[in-house]
Write a protein that binds this ligand. Structure first.
Ligand code: ADP
Length: 490
């Protein structure tokens, strides 16, 4: 049976051997000295005794030195070895190598330490395997749920590596699962147009936030010989790190199939377009007949008949303006909006808008002021009909939403950004800041306002201005009035 000494036993043994050797050495030296002093130094007896004593001294001395050096080298190593093995074992555990076992020898304490260490590593291995399998099961569970969602879904991490992708997404991207998982989305996007568009959309979302999302049009995809439309949503994945700080770890890209809604929307646009078009002719005929009535060609109208005729005119004109707004809207929505640009002086647009609104302004005794710079202002390369329509509509709103005897300013300015600014300002009721964006949405009307309207004018105006690469914005304060600003590239 192999006997393993403890550190204490080792130390006692080695120090004992060393002390014995040194004592032997000292004893021999004393004997040699006694021989020398007891006998005649030159006598053959002394010579013989001395030589023997010296030989023994030399042997013992050499032995002591060898044993001393051996102890010097071997002893620290023998003491350190268990600690080194223990430290290596701990290192392996830290690296999740839970199969590591220690077999330290040397003492009961060391054996006990190994036993406890091995028990700990077995426990850790069992725990790791069970939590790993639990994790695997829950990952599989989540993947199955994601796969069963019939809308395409992709998750990429911060380095744009695919984290997960469901079958629907693989289908529309025309990719295979093993081609993508764990791979760089950017690399795959180099050969995949649709993925490239989705990644660009993600970048825009990061750069411009919700504004980008509002601007994104539906995504048109050709697959299996049919057109499909998707609405894309980018959801940032935010998680807490070890210090509790919330950081962004990736993005989930969700595509919602809106093909059916798109078909319905197209049908609605076509219907509105057809009806508005068909209504224009009879409304014009009504207005023409009313004109003939007021001309007195078919007889003089009495006061009551005149009032009725005026009402026909007012409502006929309102119908005509609604049908024209609806027609404009259908043009934008069906993508049929075609600009016929030519060089136009900004003052011409202002004059047109004033002329179109003068009767209305006079009716409410509203003074229209023109703010036009004395110095030269750039001409615009625009579809003047469309931009004149926008200014007319803004001026009409300014008059309608002002109180009687009010004041409205219509003006133009050249700004440094190579832009021409056209603006319409009123000092009427103003708009609550909550509605500053909503008023540009289709059919939106500020709640509680009694003035009649369709809620289409501003949304069409913005579409027309944006089609010219310009912007239409509002500055307004409740009770103080509003300023609508059109900025167009000069
Ligand atoms: P409409 O005027 O036909 O309702 P618009 O799209 O032109 O439709 O305007 C949308 C809404 O914005 C209006 O219903 C109104 O509440 C508000 N609005 C527009 N212009 C003004 C203005 N100059 N002053 C106050 N409110 C306005």
């Amino acid at each position: 049976m192999k006997y393993n000494m403890s550190i204490k036993e080792k130390l006692t043994l080695y120090v004992g051997v060393l002390v014995a050797l040194i004592v032997g050495l000292v004893a021999l030296s004393v004997i040699s000295l006694q021989i020398l002093t007891a006998t005649e130094p030159t006598s053959p007896v002394a010579d013989y005794g001395l030589s023997r004593a010296l030989a023994l001294l030399l042997t013992f001395g050499t032995l002591s030195v060898i044993v001393g050096i051996w102890i010097l080298i071997w002893l620290p190593d023998s003491i350190n070895r268990p600690f080194k093995e223990l430290s290596e074992g701990i290192n392996e555990i830290a690296n999740h190598n839970y199969d590591t076992e220690l077999h330290l020898q040397g003492s009961v304490a060391m054996e006990q330490l190994s036993l406890n260490f091995n028990r700990m590593s077995h426990c850790l291995r069992d725990y790791y395997n069970s939590s790993l399998s639990k994790l695997r099961v829950s990952k599989q569970y989540i993947e199955t749920i994601i796969d069963s969602i019939d809308e395409p879904m992709i998750c990429i991490d911060q380095e744009l590596t695919f984290y997960f992708i469901n079958n629907e997404a693989l289908d529309i991207l025309n990719l295979k699962r093993d081609e993508v998982l764990g791979k760089s989305a950017q690399e795959i996007a180099m050969h995949n147009d649709l993925l490239r568009r989705l990644l660009n959309g993600n970048n825009e979302q990061k750069e411009y936030g919700d504004a980008a999302e509002k601007k994104t049009e539906s995504l048109k995809i050709y697959a299996d010989n049919k057109e499909s439309y998707f609405q894309v949503k980018y959801l940032p994945v935010k998680m807490a790190d070890a210090d509790g700080n919330i950081t962004e770890r990736g993005t989930v890209v969700m595509l919602k199939n809106i093909t059916e809604f798109h078909k319905l929307d197209v049908a609605k646009t076509t219907l509105i377009s057809t009806i508005s078009h068909e209504l224009k002719t009879p409304i014009s005929a009504i207005l023409m007949s009313q004109q003939l009535l007021t001309d007195n060609r078919v007889g003089v109208l009495n006061a009551e008949q005149k009032e009725l005729s005026d009402s026909i005119k007012k409502n006929g004109e309102r119908l005509l303006s609604i049908t024209s707004e609806l027609l404009n809207m259908t043009q934008v929505e069906s993508g049929a909006l075609q600009l016929k640009p030519h060089i136009t002086k900004p003052i011409k647009l202002i004059e047109y808008a004033i002329k179109a609104n003068q009767v209305q302004a006079d009716k409410f005794n509203i003074n229209i002021e023109v703010d036009y710079p004395k110095e030269k202002i750039s001409k615009l390369y625009i579809d003047s009909e469309k931009i004149a329509w926008v200014l007319t509509n803004l001026l009409n709103n300014a008059i309608r939403y002002s109180s009687e005897n009010g004041r409205v300013i219509i003006g133009a300015q050249q700004n440094d950004k190579h832009q021409v600014i056209l603006y319409v300002q009123d000092f009427g009721r103003g708009i609550d800041p909550r509605y500053h964006e909503s008023i540009f949405e289709r059919y939106f009307r500020v709640p509680g306002i009694k003035v009649q309207g369709s809620g289409l004018g501003l949304s069409i105006s913005r579409d027309f201005v944006e089609a010219h690469n310009g912007t239409l914005t509002v500055e307004s304060e409740l009770g103080k009035g509003s300023k609508f600003i059109v900025a167009l590239p000069a």
